[in-house]
Design a binder for this molecule. Structure first.
Ligand code: M1P
Length: 270
Protein backbone atom coordinates (compact mmCIF):
# COMPACT_ATOMS: atom_id res chain seq x y z
CA UNK A 1 0.00 0.00 0.00
CA UNK A 2 1.35 3.46 -0.90
CA UNK A 3 1.32 5.86 2.04
CA UNK A 4 2.53 9.40 2.25
CA UNK A 5 4.37 10.33 5.42
CA UNK A 6 2.48 13.12 7.16
CA UNK A 7 4.98 13.42 9.99
CA UNK A 8 8.38 12.10 10.96
CA UNK A 9 7.90 8.82 12.77
CA UNK A 10 11.39 7.68 13.70
CA UNK A 11 11.85 3.96 14.40
CA UNK A 12 13.04 3.01 17.90
CA UNK A 13 16.76 3.68 18.32
CA UNK A 14 16.91 6.15 15.39
CA UNK A 15 17.48 9.77 16.34
CA UNK A 16 15.26 12.46 14.81
CA UNK A 17 17.19 14.50 12.21
CA UNK A 18 17.41 17.52 14.55
CA UNK A 19 19.21 15.47 17.22
CA UNK A 20 21.98 14.16 15.00
CA UNK A 21 25.49 15.61 15.26
CA UNK A 22 25.05 17.56 12.00
CA UNK A 23 21.36 18.50 11.86
CA UNK A 24 20.31 19.87 8.49
CA UNK A 25 22.79 17.63 6.65
CA UNK A 26 21.90 14.66 4.46
CA UNK A 27 24.30 12.34 2.63
CA UNK A 28 22.90 10.62 -0.46
CA UNK A 29 24.72 7.80 -2.21
CA UNK A 30 24.62 6.20 -5.61
CA UNK A 31 24.83 2.40 -5.20
CA UNK A 32 26.87 0.61 -7.92
CA UNK A 33 30.59 1.44 -7.62
CA UNK A 34 29.85 3.97 -4.89
CA UNK A 35 28.56 1.82 -2.01
CA UNK A 36 29.13 -1.63 -3.55
CA UNK A 37 30.98 -3.11 -6.54
CA UNK A 38 28.60 -3.17 -9.57
CA UNK A 39 25.65 -5.52 -8.91
CA UNK A 40 27.47 -7.03 -5.91
CA UNK A 41 27.04 -6.88 -2.15
CA UNK A 42 28.38 -4.14 0.09
CA UNK A 43 31.28 -5.04 2.40
CA UNK A 44 30.75 -5.31 6.20
CA UNK A 45 33.06 -2.29 6.53
CA UNK A 46 30.81 -0.18 4.29
CA UNK A 47 27.63 -1.31 6.06
CA UNK A 48 29.19 -0.47 9.46
CA UNK A 49 30.33 2.96 8.23
CA UNK A 50 26.84 3.77 6.93
CA UNK A 51 25.32 2.76 10.24
CA UNK A 52 27.76 5.01 12.10
CA UNK A 53 27.11 7.85 9.66
CA UNK A 54 23.36 7.70 10.28
CA UNK A 55 23.97 8.79 13.85
CA UNK A 56 25.62 11.97 12.54
CA UNK A 57 23.57 12.96 9.46
CA UNK A 58 20.46 11.86 7.58
CA UNK A 59 21.26 9.18 4.97
CA UNK A 60 19.81 8.02 1.65
CA UNK A 61 20.69 5.81 -1.27
CA UNK A 62 19.63 6.81 -4.76
CA UNK A 63 20.08 4.04 -7.31
CA UNK A 64 19.02 3.65 -10.92
CA UNK A 65 18.21 -0.03 -10.43
CA UNK A 66 14.98 -1.46 -9.12
CA UNK A 67 14.42 -1.82 -5.39
CA UNK A 68 14.81 -5.58 -5.31
CA UNK A 69 18.31 -5.46 -6.78
CA UNK A 70 19.47 -2.62 -4.55
CA UNK A 71 18.13 -4.18 -1.35
CA UNK A 72 19.85 -7.45 -2.35
CA UNK A 73 23.15 -5.57 -2.58
CA UNK A 74 22.79 -3.66 0.71
CA UNK A 75 21.15 -6.40 2.76
CA UNK A 76 22.81 -7.74 5.89
CA UNK A 77 21.44 -10.54 8.03
CA UNK A 78 18.83 -9.41 10.52
CA UNK A 79 18.56 -5.88 9.15
CA UNK A 80 15.87 -4.56 6.81
CA UNK A 81 17.45 -2.26 4.18
CA UNK A 82 14.39 0.01 4.12
CA UNK A 83 15.06 0.71 7.81
CA UNK A 84 18.81 1.13 7.44
CA UNK A 85 18.63 4.48 5.64
CA UNK A 86 16.35 7.45 6.32
CA UNK A 87 15.43 7.59 2.64
CA UNK A 88 15.60 4.78 0.08
CA UNK A 89 15.36 5.77 -3.58
CA UNK A 90 15.25 3.14 -6.34
CA UNK A 91 14.75 3.91 -10.05
CA UNK A 92 16.13 7.43 -9.42
CA UNK A 93 13.51 8.11 -6.73
CA UNK A 94 10.49 6.96 -8.73
CA UNK A 95 10.29 4.31 -6.01
CA UNK A 96 10.78 6.15 -2.73
CA UNK A 97 10.69 5.36 0.99
CA UNK A 98 11.11 7.65 3.97
CA UNK A 99 11.71 6.07 7.39
CA UNK A 100 10.55 2.74 5.97
CA UNK A 101 7.27 4.08 4.57
CA UNK A 102 6.55 4.24 0.85
CA UNK A 103 6.03 7.65 -0.74
CA UNK A 104 3.92 8.50 -3.78
CA UNK A 105 5.47 8.00 -7.22
CA UNK A 106 4.84 8.57 -10.93
CA UNK A 107 4.94 5.93 -13.67
CA UNK A 108 6.73 5.58 -17.00
CA UNK A 109 3.85 3.85 -18.74
CA UNK A 110 1.37 6.54 -17.73
CA UNK A 111 3.80 9.15 -19.03
CA UNK A 112 4.40 7.66 -22.50
CA UNK A 113 1.02 5.95 -23.02
CA UNK A 114 0.37 2.37 -24.14
CA UNK A 115 0.42 3.05 -27.91
CA UNK A 116 3.72 4.93 -27.86
CA UNK A 117 5.16 2.28 -25.59
CA UNK A 118 4.26 -0.53 -28.00
CA UNK A 119 5.88 1.34 -30.89
CA UNK A 120 9.00 1.90 -28.78
CA UNK A 121 9.25 -1.77 -27.72
CA UNK A 122 8.74 -3.03 -31.27
CA UNK A 123 11.49 -0.72 -32.54
CA UNK A 124 13.87 -1.84 -29.77
CA UNK A 125 13.28 -5.55 -30.38
CA UNK A 126 13.77 -5.14 -34.12
CA UNK A 127 16.94 -3.09 -33.57
CA UNK A 128 18.36 -5.66 -31.11
CA UNK A 129 17.67 -8.52 -33.52
CA UNK A 130 20.21 -6.93 -35.83
CA UNK A 131 22.88 -6.25 -33.20
CA UNK A 132 25.75 -8.68 -32.74
CA UNK A 133 27.54 -9.19 -29.41
CA UNK A 134 29.60 -12.03 -27.82
CA UNK A 135 26.54 -13.84 -26.40
CA UNK A 136 22.84 -13.13 -26.02
CA UNK A 137 20.85 -14.09 -22.94
CA UNK A 138 17.32 -13.20 -21.81
CA UNK A 139 15.36 -10.11 -20.69
CA UNK A 140 16.40 -7.53 -23.23
CA UNK A 141 13.86 -4.98 -21.99
CA UNK A 142 13.10 -4.69 -18.29
CA UNK A 143 9.88 -2.82 -17.58
CA UNK A 144 10.12 -0.84 -14.35
CA UNK A 145 7.88 1.66 -12.62
CA UNK A 146 9.73 4.83 -13.57
CA UNK A 147 11.80 3.71 -16.55
CA UNK A 148 12.67 0.90 -18.89
CA UNK A 149 16.09 -0.71 -18.97
CA UNK A 150 17.45 -2.05 -22.26
CA UNK A 151 20.25 -4.59 -22.47
CA UNK A 152 21.66 -5.87 -25.80
CA UNK A 153 23.18 -8.94 -24.09
CA UNK A 154 20.14 -9.44 -21.83
CA UNK A 155 19.74 -8.92 -18.09
CA UNK A 156 20.17 -12.65 -17.39
CA UNK A 157 23.86 -12.44 -18.35
CA UNK A 158 26.24 -13.92 -15.77
CA UNK A 159 29.04 -11.85 -14.20
CA UNK A 160 31.70 -13.06 -16.74
CA UNK A 161 29.21 -12.45 -19.60
CA UNK A 162 28.57 -8.94 -18.26
CA UNK A 163 32.28 -8.20 -18.24
CA UNK A 164 32.73 -9.59 -21.74
CA UNK A 165 29.89 -7.41 -23.03
CA UNK A 166 31.28 -4.31 -21.34
CA UNK A 167 34.67 -4.82 -23.02
CA UNK A 168 33.02 -5.52 -26.38
CA UNK A 169 30.90 -2.40 -26.04
CA UNK A 170 33.96 -0.23 -25.41
CA UNK A 171 35.20 -1.23 -28.87
CA UNK A 172 31.93 -1.45 -30.81
CA UNK A 173 29.85 1.27 -29.07
CA UNK A 174 26.70 -0.85 -29.20
CA UNK A 175 24.94 1.19 -26.53
CA UNK A 176 25.91 4.71 -27.66
CA UNK A 177 24.86 3.84 -31.24
CA UNK A 178 21.53 2.43 -30.10
CA UNK A 179 20.88 5.48 -27.93
CA UNK A 180 21.50 7.71 -30.96
CA UNK A 181 19.02 5.72 -33.04
CA UNK A 182 16.34 5.90 -30.33
CA UNK A 183 16.94 9.59 -29.72
CA UNK A 184 16.40 10.32 -33.39
CA UNK A 185 13.35 8.07 -33.85
CA UNK A 186 11.53 9.01 -30.63
CA UNK A 187 12.45 12.69 -30.25
CA UNK A 188 8.76 13.52 -29.73
CA UNK A 189 8.58 11.46 -26.51
CA UNK A 190 11.08 13.71 -24.67
CA UNK A 191 13.02 10.81 -23.17
CA UNK A 192 16.47 10.70 -21.59
CA UNK A 193 18.88 7.82 -22.20
CA UNK A 194 21.41 7.02 -19.52
CA UNK A 195 24.28 4.51 -19.65
CA UNK A 196 24.80 3.87 -15.93
CA UNK A 197 25.97 0.26 -15.70
CA UNK A 198 27.87 -2.50 -17.48
CA UNK A 199 25.40 -4.12 -19.88
CA UNK A 200 22.41 -1.81 -20.31
CA UNK A 201 21.01 1.69 -20.43
CA UNK A 202 18.01 3.30 -18.78
CA UNK A 203 15.26 5.22 -20.60
CA UNK A 204 13.01 7.63 -18.70
CA UNK A 205 11.16 10.92 -19.21
CA UNK A 206 13.50 13.92 -19.28
CA UNK A 207 13.83 15.25 -15.74
CA UNK A 208 13.30 11.83 -14.17
CA UNK A 209 17.04 11.40 -13.62
CA UNK A 210 18.44 11.19 -10.08
CA UNK A 211 17.45 14.81 -9.37
CA UNK A 212 13.89 13.43 -9.27
CA UNK A 213 14.52 12.16 -5.73
CA UNK A 214 15.30 15.66 -4.43
CA UNK A 215 11.58 16.54 -4.36
CA UNK A 216 11.15 13.89 -1.64
CA UNK A 217 13.60 15.58 0.75
CA UNK A 218 12.48 19.17 0.07
CA UNK A 219 10.02 19.35 2.96
CA UNK A 220 12.81 18.64 5.49
CA UNK A 221 14.62 21.86 4.54
CA UNK A 222 18.09 20.29 4.62
CA UNK A 223 20.80 22.97 4.50
CA UNK A 224 23.40 20.67 2.97
CA UNK A 225 22.58 17.82 0.60
CA UNK A 226 25.76 15.87 -0.09
CA UNK A 227 25.68 13.49 -3.03
CA UNK A 228 28.34 10.81 -3.63
CA UNK A 229 28.54 9.05 -6.99
CA UNK A 230 31.03 7.53 -9.42
CA UNK A 231 29.39 8.33 -12.78
CA UNK A 232 29.49 12.08 -12.30
CA UNK A 233 30.84 12.90 -15.79
CA UNK A 234 28.53 14.27 -18.51
CA UNK A 235 26.46 11.35 -19.85
CA UNK A 236 26.91 9.35 -16.63
CA UNK A 237 23.78 8.68 -14.59
CA UNK A 238 25.06 10.66 -11.57
CA UNK A 239 25.86 13.79 -13.60
CA UNK A 240 22.58 15.69 -13.16
CA UNK A 241 22.31 15.31 -9.39
CA UNK A 242 26.08 15.82 -8.94
CA UNK A 243 25.93 19.17 -10.75
CA UNK A 244 22.52 20.24 -9.41
CA UNK A 245 22.76 23.58 -7.50
CA UNK A 246 20.81 22.04 -4.61
CA UNK A 247 23.52 19.45 -3.89
CA UNK A 248 27.18 19.39 -2.86
CA UNK A 249 28.63 16.81 -5.24
CA UNK A 250 31.40 14.34 -4.35
CA UNK A 251 32.87 12.28 -7.16
CA UNK A 252 34.21 8.91 -6.01
CA UNK A 253 36.34 6.29 -7.78
CA UNK A 254 34.88 3.23 -6.01
CA UNK A 255 33.46 2.12 -2.63
CA UNK A 256 36.91 2.35 -0.96
CA UNK A 257 37.16 5.97 -2.08
CA UNK A 258 33.64 6.66 -0.74
CA UNK A 259 34.76 5.38 2.67
CA UNK A 260 37.89 7.51 2.52
CA UNK A 261 35.91 10.65 1.71
CA UNK A 262 33.31 9.89 4.42
CA UNK A 263 36.10 9.61 6.98
CA UNK A 264 37.60 12.92 5.87
CA UNK A 265 34.25 14.72 5.90
CA UNK A 266 32.28 13.23 8.78
CA UNK A 267 33.35 9.98 10.41
CA UNK A 268 36.86 10.86 11.63
CA UNK A 269 35.59 14.11 13.09
CA UNK A 270 33.76 12.11 15.75
O1 M1P B 1 23.03 1.45 -11.03
C1 M1P B 1 23.51 1.59 -12.29
C2 M1P B 1 22.78 0.70 -13.28
O2 M1P B 1 22.85 -0.65 -12.83
C3 M1P B 1 22.34 -1.59 -13.73
O3 M1P B 1 23.07 -1.52 -14.92
P1 M1P B 1 23.80 -2.81 -15.58
O4 M1P B 1 22.93 -3.99 -15.34
O5 M1P B 1 23.93 -2.38 -17.00
O6 M1P B 1 25.13 -2.93 -14.89
C4 M1P B 1 20.90 -1.31 -14.08
O7 M1P B 1 20.07 -1.69 -13.00
C5 M1P B 1 20.67 0.13 -14.44
O8 M1P B 1 19.30 0.41 -14.47
C6 M1P B 1 21.33 1.07 -13.45
O9 M1P B 1 21.21 2.40 -13.89
Amino acid sequence: MVETTPANVFPPGIKPFAERKYPGVICMFDVDDTLTPPRQKGTPEMIAALRELRDLVATAFVGGSNLEKITGQLHVEGQEVLNSFDYCFAENGLIAYKLGRELDSASFIKYVGEENYKTLVNFILKYLSEVDCPVKRGTFIEFRNGMINISPVGRNASQPEREAFQEYDKIHNIRPKMVEALREKFAHLNLTYSIGGQISFDVFPTGWDKTYCLRHVEDEGFKEIHFFGDKTYKGGNDYEIYTDPRTIGHSVKNPADTLKQLHELFLSKE
